[in-house]
Design a protein around this ligand. Sequence first.
Ligand code: NAP
Length: 291
Amino acid sequence: MDLIDGNKIASDIVAELRAEVAQINGRKPCIALVRVGEDPASVSYVRKKEKTAAEIGVTSRILLPPVTITQDELFALIDGLNADPSVDGILVQSPLPRGFDEVAVFRRVSPEKDVDGFNTLNLGKVAQEDESGFVSCTPAGIMELLARSGVDLKGRHVVVLGRSLIVGKPVALLALQKKSGANGTVTICHSGTSNVSALTRQADVLIAAIGRPEFVTADMVKPGVVVIDVGINRVADPTKKAGYRLTGDVHFPTVSALASKITPVPGGVGPMTVAMLMKNTVKAFRLRQVR
Ligand code: NAP
């Protein structure tokens, strides 16, 4: 079994981006990171993004509106960033506090600055295989992990567990694209799918993104499967200082014994998400230079 090392692959991408940004004379690419409220996971995600941006030489602008901000006020803040010529990319950290219409907020971000890839136009470009848009970071990171691990999806059955707009649907569309490295035959499972195991057992490549700790067990996969575990779940564990441990959607100890390649949690897909955000930010900067 080969471990797909997301930390290593993400750090390779960060190094490539650092070299690319070092070549830019004058103003460097800039990302605005908007975090509403103090959700602990969001605090740590934004901190990580800020740190990675600094490593690459991307400028980050951190905006921390209070949880009491109204949706209209948040729209006004986003409009200001959309119009600001010194900002290339905008990320509004998800999840937003209860009461916000998250999809409406994502739509408010200008498609040209939508480095998170959640705007309707950019999601549509994924379906149209139009590479001028931004692919959302976790699905893009999964495709990059596969490509850099030598996994070609052509002729292989890719089973995706989950159909969220953030992971499941876009990664299924990417795996399906008629292009080199992709070209997979794709099945998507969701909570309405009957007999999920019968489908996962047919997978040559299994992408699990359902948010259920250790849902995929050894009896659900075939020997030699490539497993990408997107899940990040907190499971209570009194032996840990934090009182919990992180686990994926896959039961790693048993599934890894059968898999030909597998991502760990943490250290698999997670680090790729931030690296791809930075890649999108540099792309947004470049596209704005030629417009
Ligand atoms: P989500 O929006 O909650 O979507 C979960 C999907 O799984 C839904 O489509 C749901 O079906 C499906 N599902 C739930 N239970 C199922 C079951 N028993 N059988 C089959 N399908 C089932 O979650 P998400 O945002 O996609 O995130 C999924 C996981 O990935 C979470 O653990 C999240 O923390 C993690 N994640 C990680 C990263 C990263 O950077 N590594 C980024 C994003 C998310 P329905 O549509 O029918 O409800």
